[in-house]
Design a protein around this ligand. Sequence first.
Ligand SMILES: Nc1ncnc2c1ncn2[C@@H]1O[C@H](COP(=O)(O)OP(=O)(O)OP(=O)(O)O)[C@@H](O)[C@H]1O
Length: 253
Amino acid sequence: MAMQKVQEKPATASCEGEVLIALDRVGKRFGETEVLRDVSLRVGRGEFVSILGPSGSGKSTLFNMITGLLPADQGELKVNGEIGYMQQKDLLLPWKTVMDNITLPLRLKGTNKKLARERADALIDRVGLRGYEDRYPGQLSGGMKQRASFLRTFLASGEIMLLDEPFGALDSMTKSAMQTWLLEVQEAFGATILFITHDIEEAILLSDRIYVLSSRPGVVKEELTVGFGLGDKRERLLDPQLLRMKEAIKRLL
Ligand SMILES: Nc1ncnc2c1ncn2[C@@H]1O[C@H](COP(=O)(O)OP(=O)(O)OP(=O)(O)O)[C@@H](O)[C@H]1O
């Protein structure tokens, strides 16, 4: 039944404005295992789009294809802009300072040290790490490490950020603070974000649109626009529509 629905969907999923990521009927197998089937999605400039799906539904595989780390077996995949990829683990190098970690991708791209530091310095207040530039990752809290990792990704990313469950390992209070922080920086930086999560509430709270993936194979079961709490997404937490949407998504998974 689910497949029927996907087949009926137009290949061009909805999004307004300039499209930065476009997938049309993308498929992927690992040997005998079909991991993704017929995945079509769009991400427009300045949008916050989430991919919500259970473990094993192919979310990270999708990101690996979007970044070009893995080829797609089927379908079309277009990316219009430079991508920064923040993986599940923060992957900060423990022997480098916060500043050296943050500026590493810029340095690898050939930016000189002074300029890379100036660029990081201009944003360090925004991520709440002023005064921690010379510390080492082991001296930071989980939330601080995620913020350092986020800034590193942002500086290197140009226009598009792919965030793979960035808050998955955090305790619920830190997670909630980080979600608020992410919404603030997205607004301030005007970033385009494609976000992976298996937390339904997190997806509803943060996103403009959500693609709900089923598992084995990963198929887009539904594309949802979060049409409430548009002025201030944090107010969604208090909105009765949140619960209704959460229940509707649970029924899809
Ligand atoms: N390189 C690979 N070779 C073989 N199988 C793979 C490879 N990468 C992923 N898989 C398989 O593909 C499926 C999807 O994995 P993927 O990591 O994309 O899922 P996910 O939705 O991101 O899961 P999680 O939420 O647990 O991170 C899994 O069954 C996984 O074992």
